[in-house]
Design a protein around this ligand. Sequence first.
Ligand code: GLU
Length: 494
Amino acid sequence: MSVSPAPDATATTPPRLRFAPSPTGFLHVGGARTALFNWLYARQTGGQFLLRIEDTDRQRSTDESTRAIFEGLAWLGLDYDEEVVFQGANLARHQADVATLLASGAAYRDFTPAAELERMRAEAEGAGQAFRFDRELAALTPEQEAAKLAAGAPFAVRFKVPDGVTDWVDAVHGRIAFPNKDIEDFIILRSDGTPVYNLAVVSDDIAMRITFVMRGDDHISNTPKQILLYRALGAPVPRFAHVPMIHGTDGKKLSKRHGATAVGDYQHEGLLPSAMCNFLALLGWSTGDDTEVMLRDELLARFSLDGLQKKAAVFDPQKLDWMNGQHLAKLPLDEVMPHVYPAFERQGVSTRAELESRDTWFRTLVELLRVRSRTVDELARQAVPYFVDTVEYDADAVSKQWRDASAVAEILSATRERLASLPTWEPTSMETALRALAEELGISGGKIFQPLRVALTGQTASPGIFDVLVVLGRDRSLDRLEAAVRWLKSDVVA
Ligand code: GLU
């Protein structure tokens, strides 16, 4: 059989892609990554991105999981076109497609009793062989078949695998070929009238006019069966791209052991969706150079099928953290703010209403802190000194910067005096005044600035000291200096 032609991605009709999750658990990072690739390609080519919920497994599918899929996609900003398709609602069409295949002779009824099949399977396994259904077992004359049907005997429908080779040019793996002799006549409709996965997927993909199937490479072995079904149903075969699985840093398939694997967990931890998308995009795709940090528009501009990789991708939570920090610093502030308020509430630092009541001040603070934080929660924790009445002095900060208590008390007292005498509270005059003070005292600027930082924030690290003074404001800064001097002169230190 000839290689199925790969429809040209630059062809005049834009591609139609879909994400087809089974709602049997939460939206997993692997699924979200696959959805993202489909979405990027659809948006980039002016094509469509559709969503199909594969809820045919009634026992395992839950509404909660379907909701998690909707919520996860919405959070990531992966909007889909057209109405969501629920696979379970298409049973009648699935059965009609099976009827078409029966009518054309591409499929046949198999009345072999389940117990008989089981016995043969056990026997083959006992002899150390893999069981393979032999078409001859189901062979009946038209009269015999009619009699069984009339008697209401249960049957499954099997696809009659033709001779030859089934192959396709995969957008990731190149040509993949399966000799048909290795594919047994697989069941397409169970004896209870329900379709199997391969049939339902092909029937739905045809009905949804999908032209490009991009999914995990765990589906490669299903693809030849699906191609055979497309052909037997007289439908054009879509293009396929099988993207790699995701492993943990230990090289094992990603699982709960590796930490959070549900997209919702990251959402509730306050991760930025833009960082998550960037991180997910790099699981199985690369730009080809060393660019890693990309906002949504950059991802859209740079995504390409050529960059898709064959080898398993590695999910490294530390990289995700780092990526989040990069996005926190790089995104327009307006995109960051909606994620910041809940973090301040989660960390018990302040309430949204309070923060919004002094919006300009708060935005300045966020600007200062976001370049120094990896997450919005870390940002909120770093903001604590700007919200409390009394700062707590970190023990390490004290032993490092306030070692000589009486000398530091002198310096901070003089610092307070200089700052208090300034007619305006702005960085340039503060800096000039404090540098002049350092010179007078015969010490380096650092000998003032470092202890001052501890006095103002309780920490050894903070944004630039003059920024801190400005954002704290005159009164609060001077109060803190006074409190620090008192503390340094008190018994605690003595
Ligand atoms: N429901 C299948 C899955 O979640 C979809 C496979 C496909 O995309 O064809 O793996």
